[in-house]
Write a protein that binds this ligand. Structure first.
Ligand code: SAM
Length: 364
């Protein structure tokens, strides 16, 4: 059987997604919508604080039927989204490999690699050492059983997620459809000359919200950028580092390391009323304000051509967070309706706490 036909006939039991602990309710609601959209019949399982949620179908569905709907980029609160095909709750501590290998073999699917992971909770992360140690023996056993063709293009990766010491979810990750990082978390190193940890948030936004091709074409030296709410300068530093000339708007001071790049003009002004004299390539915004106010301002800049692309943060309320995100989407949709088609991508990043980050541009 070719790898393509093997993948097409492979059946799954639903969708498994990871999130920041505390956002399971929002994630579950998004999974419900996604499943309804894909015509799946079943229910969502989740527990508050667990860092994940899963949609379980009443009947197995061919993975191919999920198509592009099972794309991790769509749900705002999902760091990762994977079709799952089996689950085990009584793994023996002395030999976890044998039952896992049996389940994988039973699925009839072959994989190109293995990713062992846990949800992102303090309790579950204690098992990350176990995941590292267990990867090699499990890989060996799966190879012996004929379930692995290491590195073979066109085959998905096997994800084994351990919510606790004796349970595991088995899921399939197809390149391009799922987040390319274990646990859905891009590992970014804090650059020593960056002024604040929030610089990592913009770096992660570029990695998560833009494709590789977009990063190559849209983030280029010589471009002009504006940073609204820039102090102490983490996001400005990130843009300057890529060779962009940045106008940084904030009443607060920027760190010396940011000004030392000589790519930055600092203006003490109000980010809500200040406008550039000429259009810029990028505007980024991290002002702490009502999300609806930020969304309206972003839509206004894009609608009037003041910037071609924008990345911005939306601080979420404590309750009804999904509603707040939807309200922002709606405000942007209304403002841009008469302007033209647009691309709006919203994600809760690993570096986002009570907030989400968005990218907005007009489609060409
Ligand atoms: N992105 C920054 C970084 O990486 O260092 C951190 C920005 S901090 C979360 C928010 C900033 O927005 C504060 O420095 C605050 O002074 C600024 N701010 C809030 N309201 C503003 C306004 N109306 N105009 C300009 N700046 C504003």
């Amino acid at each position: 059987m070719s790898s393509h036909s093997a993948a097409s006939s492979f059946s799954v039991s639903g969708l498994l997604a990871y999130c920041r602990a505390g956002f399971e309710k929002e994630l579950a609601s998004e999974l419900d919508d996604l499943a309804a959209d894909a015509g799946l019949i079943g229910y969502v399982r989740t527990e508050p604080g667990s860092g994940y949620a899963a949609f379980e179908t009443f009947e197995p569905v061919p993975v191919i039927a999920l198509g592009e709907r099972a794309d991790w980029r769509k749900p705002v609160f999902a760091r990762q989204l994977l079709p799952w095909f089996d689950r085990i709750e009584d793994l023996p501590e002395r030999d976890r490999a044998t039952p896992l290998v049996d389940l994988v073999r039973g699925s009839g699917q072959r994989f190109s690699g293995v990713v062992l992971e846990t949800p992102d909770t303090d309790e579950a992360k204690q098992r990350s050492g176990f995941c590292r140690r267990f990867t090699e023996p499990l890989t060996r056993e799966l190879e012996k059983a004929g379930a692995l063709r290491l590195g073979k293009p066109g085959l998905p990766e096997l994800h084994v997620m351990f919510p606790d010491a004796t349970s595991a979810w088995l899921a399939t990750g197809m390149k391009g459809r799922c987040a390319p990082w274990p646990m859905g978390i891009p590992r970014l190193r804090m650059p020593s000359s960056a002024p604040s940890r929030s610089t990592l948030k913009l770096a992660e936004a570029f990695m998560t919200l833009l494709s590789e091709e977009e990063r190559d074409t849209l983030l280029r030296a010589g471009m002009r950028a504006v940073d609204l709410g820039a102090a102490p300068g983490g996001w400005t530093w990130q843009l300057a580092q890529r060779g962009m000339r940045v106008t940084a708007i904030d009443n607060g001071p920027l760190r010396d390391t940011v000004m030392a790049t000589e790519m930055v003009e600092h203006l003490k002004a109000d980010g809500f009323t200040w406008r550039p004299q000429r259009p810029v390539d990028w505007m980024v915004c991290d002002m702490v304000e009502q999300p609806s106010r930020i969304a309206s301002l972003m839509a206004e800049w894009v609608a009037t051509g003041r910037c071609r692309h924008t990345i911005f943060n939306l601080k979420l309320p404590m309750k009804r967070r999904l509603d707040a995100v939807e309200q922002c989407r709606e405000l942007i949709r209304k403002r841009l309706a008469s302007v033209g088609p647009f691309d709006l991508r919203i994600k809760q990043l690993y570096h986002d706490r009570e907030e989400v980050t968005a990218y907005l541009t007009l489609k060409k």
